[in-house]
Design a protein. Structure first.
Length: 566
C-alpha cells in the first residue's frame, strides 16, 4: 500500500504521495510536500514512513503542528488522522500501489466540440524538445489543415500559435506582404527581462513574412529551419489558393462517433449502418438504455442523402397518449380552447428523418395512426381536414422485447414490418469492455476541458475498477461518472479510485469483513456473469469458458439467482 497527504487551504487542494523514509513538509519548494501558505514554516514538519508505522514530527515551526487538537512535537499517526500544519488541514490517506501508476494517459491535445485546436505547452512531456513538440504534436494537424479548405488567415493563426507554443521564442509575427497594407495575420509576445539578449529571425516570401524573437542567438540559429518550414506551409497554401480552380467537392462521409470503437461487433454495426443509410428503408435499433441508440440514429441520418434535411427526435415513452399524438401529428387552431395551430414531428421531418425513441411504448391506437402516415406519406393534424406532406424516413429504437410483443399482439406486425427492414442490436457496455478505457479517457478529457483543468490520466487501479463494473446504465452512466469524478480533481492530477463512486470502487471494498463463504459466493457470481456476458448469453460456451459442465452451470445460476441472459 501507499500513503498520501491531502491538504486543503484557501481554494487549493494538494495531494502529495509519501515515499519510504523522511518526507519534509513546509512552504519551501525544496520540501517533499510543499504547502505554499503563509502560516506554514519553510521546513515545518516531517512525516516518516517505515514498516513499523508512520510518525509525524514538528521541526520547531512558528505556528506549530496539531494532532487531535493538541500541539505535538512527535507522535504516531494512522490512516484517516487529521492534523493541522500551521493553519492548513492535512489528512493521511492510504491507497493501492497501482493507484499511483498511470493506466491511461490523457492525450496532450484537447479539442473543443467545434474541432478547433487548443494546444497547451504545459501538457507536453517535459523530455520532448521544442522540435519534437512541433513535429510530433503540431505539424500533422497543420498539414491536415493545409489540405483542407481553411483560408490563409486561419492557417497563419495556427502556424503562429504552433511556433509560439513550442519554440523558445518570446515574440512572433506573421505579416501579409502580398499587398500594400502589410496586414498582420498573427501576433503574440511574452515579456522579456533584457531585449539585448534576444535574437530576431526573419524569413520572407512574396506572400508573407514571419518574424520570430528567440530568447538567445544560439536558439535562433538552431531552430531557424523550423521557421523556414512554417513559411513553406503558408507559401504552399497561397499557391494552392491561386492555382487550383474552384471545384464542387462531393460531401465527405460523416465521421464515426467519437471515440472510435475498438469492439469488432460494433465496428461491423457501423459498417452496415453506413450502407443502410444510402437507402430509405426503415431501421429498428434494439438496446438497453444508454447504449447509444440515438447516436447511431444520428449517424444514419448524417450518412444519408437526407443529411441537409432535419433530423427530428421524439421519445414515445415520455408522454401520455393524447399528448404524444399531438406532438407526432400536430394540432389545428381551435381544436381546444386557446390552442393555436402547430405542426407535429412528422410534418417537421418532411424529407428528413424522424427518430422514434422507445417505439415499443406506444399505445396500439397510436401505432395504427403512425402506420397510416407511413403508408400515405401525409399527416392530418388533430382537428384538421387537410393532409400535409410527411415524407420522413423512420429510424426507431426500443429496449422492449418487440418479438415477444408481436406474439402477444401488443405491437402491430404491419407497423413492425414497415419500420424494421433493417434490425440491429447495440451491445451493452459490459459486453464491449474493450471500449471502456477509450471511452473513459475521452469523457475525462472532454469534461476536464469544460472546467478548464488538465488531468494526467486514469490510474491502473481506477481503470481496473471501471472495467470490472457492470455498468447497468451503459455508456450514459460511464459519461456521467467521469463528469462527476472530474469535479473532484485538481489541475494535473491522476484520477484514482478514491474519486470514483462508492458503487464502482466498492466491488472490492464491499467484500472486506465478509465471511469467507460470502466472499467466495460473490467472486463466483462475478465470474459466471462475466462469462455469460463474454459469450453473449450462450450457456454452453460459458460453461466451456468456466471449465464446468452445463448442468453444473445451470445449478449455480439458479442457486445464485443470476438473471437469465437476454
Amino acid at each position: 500500500m501507499a500513503y498520501r497527504l491531502l491538504a486543503k487551504f484557501d481554494d487549493q487542494t494538494i495531494r502529495a504521495t509519501l515515499h519510504r523514509g523522511r518526507n519534509t513538509v513546509g512552504s519551501d519548494p525544496s520540501c517533499e510536500v510543499c504547502l505554499p501558505n503563509a502560516t506554514v514554516s519553510r521546513r515545518h514538519a516531517v512525516v516518516t514512513v517505515t514498516k513499523a508505522g508512520i510518525e509525524l514530527e514538528d521541526l520547531g515551526s512558528t505556528n506549530g503542528t496539531l494532532l487531535r487538537s493538541q500541539r505535538i512535537e512527535k507522535a504516531a499517526v494512522v490512516v484517516g488522522d487529521i492534523f493541522v500544519i500551521g493553519r492548513v488541514v492535512v489528512i493521511l490517506e492510504e491507497l493501492a500501489d497501482d493507484d499511483l501508476e498511470v493506466g491511461i494517459v490523457v492525450p496532450r491535445e484537447l479539442f473543443d466540440p467545434s474541432g478547433s485546436m487548443t494546444f497547451d505547452v504545459g501538457d507536453l512531456t517535459e523530455s520532448f524538445s521544442p522540435l519534437d513538440r512541433f513535429a510530433l504534436d503540431h505539424l500533422p494537424r497543420l498539414l491536415d489543415t493545409l489540405c483542407g479548405d481553411t483560408d490563409r488567415q486561419r492557417l497563419a493563426q495556427l502556424v503562429g500559435y504552433s511556433l509560439f507554443e513550442t519554440m523558445p521564442i518570446t515574440a512572433v509575427e506573421i505579416i501579409e506582404t502580398s499587398n500594400e497594407d502589410r496586414g498582420i495575420l498573427y501576433a503574440a509576445e511574452r515579456p522579456v527581462d533584457d531585449e539585448h539578449d534576444a535574437h530576431w529571425v526573419e524569413v520572407m516570401s512574396p506572400a508573407c513574412q514571419i518574424r520570430t524573437r528567440f530568447d538567445r542567438p544560439s536558439s535562433g540559429e538552431h531552430y531557424r529551419p523550423v521557421v523556414d518550414s512554417a513559411l513553406l506551409l503558408l507559401t504552399l497554401a497561397e499557391r494552392n489558393r491561386s492555382s487550383t480552380p474552384a471545384v464542387v467537392r462531393p460531401p465527405k462521409p460523416p465521421g464515426r462517433p467519437q471515440p472510435l470503437t475498438v469492439d469488432s461487433a460494433m465496428q461491423r454495426i457501423y459498417d452496415q449502418a453506413e450502407r443502410v443509410a444510402r437507402g430509405d428503408v426503415g431501421v429498428l435499433i434494439y438496446g438497453e438504455s444508454g447504449t447509444g441508440k440515438e447516436v447511431l440514429a444520428s449517424f444514419i441520418h448524417n450518412a444519408s442523402p437526407r443529411v441537409s434535411q432535419p433530423l427530428v427526435t421524439i421519445n414515445c415513452a415520455s408522454l401520455p397518449r393524447d399528448l404524444l399524438e399531438a406532438e407526432l401529428f400536430g394540432v389545428e387552431k381551435g381544436v381546444a380552447t386557446g390552442v393555436e395551430a402547430r405542426p407535429g414531428k412528422f410534418e417537421a421531418a418532411d424529407k428528413g428523418t424522424i427518430f422514434l425513441d422507445e417505439v415499443g411504448d406506444m399505445a396500439p391506437e397510436t401505432q395504427a395512426k403512425i402506420l397510416r402516415v407511413l403508408q400515405e406519406k401525409e399527416v392530418f393534424r388533430l382537428g384538421g381536414h387537410t393532409p400535409r406532406r410527411a415524407r420522413a424516413r423512420v429510424v426507431a429504437a426500443t429496449n422492449r422485447p418487440i418479438h415477444k410483443m408481436l406474439a402477444e399482439g401488443t405491437f402491430r406486425s404491419d407497423l413492425y414490418h414497415r419500420i424494421a427492414t433493417w434490425e440491429v442490436e447495440l451491445l451493452p457496455l459490459r459486453r464491449r469492455r474493450a471500449d471502456i478505457p477509450n471511452l473513459a479517457a475521452y469523457f475525462l478529457t472532454y469534461e476536464a476541458q469544460r472546467y478548464g483543468i488538465r488531468v494526467r490520466g486514469i490510474s491502473r487501479a481506477a481503470l481496473r475498477a471501471l472495467r470490472r463494473y457492470r455498468w447497468p446504465g451503459n455508456i450514459r452512466q460511464l459519461k456521467n461518472e467521469l463528469s462527476r469524478a472530474v469535479l473532484f480533481l485538481e489541475d494535473r492530477e491522476l484520477l484514482d479510485t478514491g474519486r470514483l463512486s462508492a458503487s464502482i470502487r466498492g466491488d472490492e471494498q464491499a467484500k472486506a469483513g465478509l465471511p469467507l463463504a460470502k466472499i467466495l459466493e460473490a467472486v463466483e457470481r462475478d465470474e459466471i456473469v462475466a462469462a455469460l456476458d463474454a459469450c453473449g448469453g450462450d450457456t454452453t460456451a460459458a460453461a466451456e469458458r468456466l471449465q464446468v459442465s452445463r448442468p453444473t452451470l445451470y445449478r449455480r445460476i439458479k442457486s445464485l439467482k443470476i438473471e437469465s441472459p437476454k
